[in-house]
Design a binder for this molecule. Structure first.
Ligand SMILES: NC(=O)c1ccc[n+]([C@@H]2O[C@H](COP(=O)([O-])OP(=O)(O)OC[C@H]3O[C@@H](n4cnc5c(N)ncnc54)[C@H](O)[C@@H]3O)[C@@H](O)[C@H]2O)c1
Length: 344
């Protein structure tokens, strides 16, 4: 049962907890007295180094709820507007944030007051208009260019001219989305990793048209919210996935050619290359459908790139519905989160 259900959280509204800069500082200061996680120890400057006073988060799914939470927890924003199209998804996103804050309180990493203040800074809404005056908007809706086109066209028309947009896409072109927004100079990628609350890295992506001052602000924002930014151009997979996904495909190609077994490929990369988990174990963990979706998109768009190809065993497993951890079977048998023996 979470803290709200037990009546421990008393979510404050922005107007009651943070109606003025002094009130906001007062709350942040009080929270500091008992906070034990050093991420929450320094007194933040309103607006941080990026200068973003208000931030919007569009889409509160797996990634979006985490981005919204870390933005609100940083304490640098007077308001974080959390938008979902439908009330039921908004409620689910809010519940996820509450549960996550609750865990931090239970572990003694955050005071209940700080958690309440964090929640109080988030305005949950299904009204797109609520985003129009925000300084910076991070989008984390599902990975579909048609949906993103529709959203960015609307946001481009709705938001004040200074609002900067950022997409959390893993595999779509930042440049294409920037064009839909009608403000390509004020558009970047901010690629977070799952789970957002724990993973430190954020890849900050610039296109040829991104204004360098806009990029610097977004890079600073990532630091403001306690993450570590790296800079990358608008290239498929950015840094991490560009290197990681082809290496997973190579591992699958070795299985296709009978060069080595699933188990031996993974043991070799763990013990020989020092990787925490073998590539086929990792592919199961990510989801084989997700792996296939990413690489299919790349093959279609960049047919001349030799490191982008689709292994036969990947297609066969996806067609059989063996998607890895989430279905209980992929390259391995899975019991919930526990990886078992190689699948037959
Ligand atoms: N899942 C990952 O590990 C991961 C990692 C990095 C980046 N990403 C990227 O993050 C984005 C979101 O992925 P996710 O895994 O959080 O997806 P998800 O399906 O968990 O969440 C997407 C959310 O967007 C909402 N949504 C859809 N259309 C919307 C609209 N028009 N307006 C507002 N909300 C809308 C949905 O209701 C849902 O809650 C994708 O672009 C994905 O590529 C995902």
């Amino acid at each position: 049962m979470n803290a709200i259900a037990r009546g421990r959280f008393l979510p404050t509204t922005l107007s009651s907890s943070s109606s003025s800069k002094n009130a906001w500082r007062h709350h942040a200061g009080k929270a500091l007295a008992a906070v034990v996680d050093k991420r929450f120890l320094s007194l933040p400057t309103p607006g941080g180094t990026s200068g973003f006073q208000t931030v919007g988060c569009v889409g509160l799914g797996l990634m979006g709820h985490g981005i919204c939470q870390v933005a609100a927890t940083s304490g640098v924003h007077s308001k974080v507007v959390a938008y979902e199209k439908e009330q039921r998804f908004l409620d689910t996103g809010r519940d996820r944030i509450v549960k996550s804050l609750d865990k931090l309180v239970e572990k003694g990493k955050m005071t209940m007051e700080f958690a309440n203040d964090t929640l109080g800074r988030i305005e949950f809404t299904t009204d797109l208009d609520a985003l129009k005056d925000t300084d910076f908007i991070v989008e984390a809706i599902i990975e579909n260019m048609d949906l993103k086109e529709d959203l960015y066209t609307k946001l481009g028309e709705l938001c004040k001219p200074e609002t900067i947009f950022a997409s959390n896409t893993s595999s779509l072109s930042i440049g294409e989305m920037a064009a839909f927004s009608g403000r390509p100079d004020k558009f970047v990628g901010v690629h977070f990793f799952n789970p957002v609350q724990l993973m430190k890295l954020v890849e900050v992506i610039k296109t040829d048209q991104t204004d360098s001052m806009v990029f610097d602000k977004c890079y600073k924002w990532v630091e403001d919210i306690g993450k570590i930014p790296v800079s990358c151009g608008d290239t498929p997979g950015f840094i991490v996935n560009r290197l990681l996904v082809p290496s997973l495909m190579q591992a699958m190609a070795m299985v296709d050619r009978n060069d080595a077994s699933v188990k031996d490929v993974d043991i070799a990369m763990k013990l020989g290359a020092g990787h925490p988990m073998g590539p086929l174990h990792l592919a199961d963990y990510i989801g084989l459908d997700t792996c296939l979706f990413i690489v299919q998109g790349w093959v279609e768009k960049y047919p001349e790139e030799p490191s982008f190809f689709i292994p036969q065993c990947l297609v066969a497993k996806v067609e059989a519905g063996d998607l890895g951890r989430k279905t209980g079977k992929g390259f391995y048998e899975w019991d919930g989160d526990k990886c078992g023996a190689p699948a037959s």
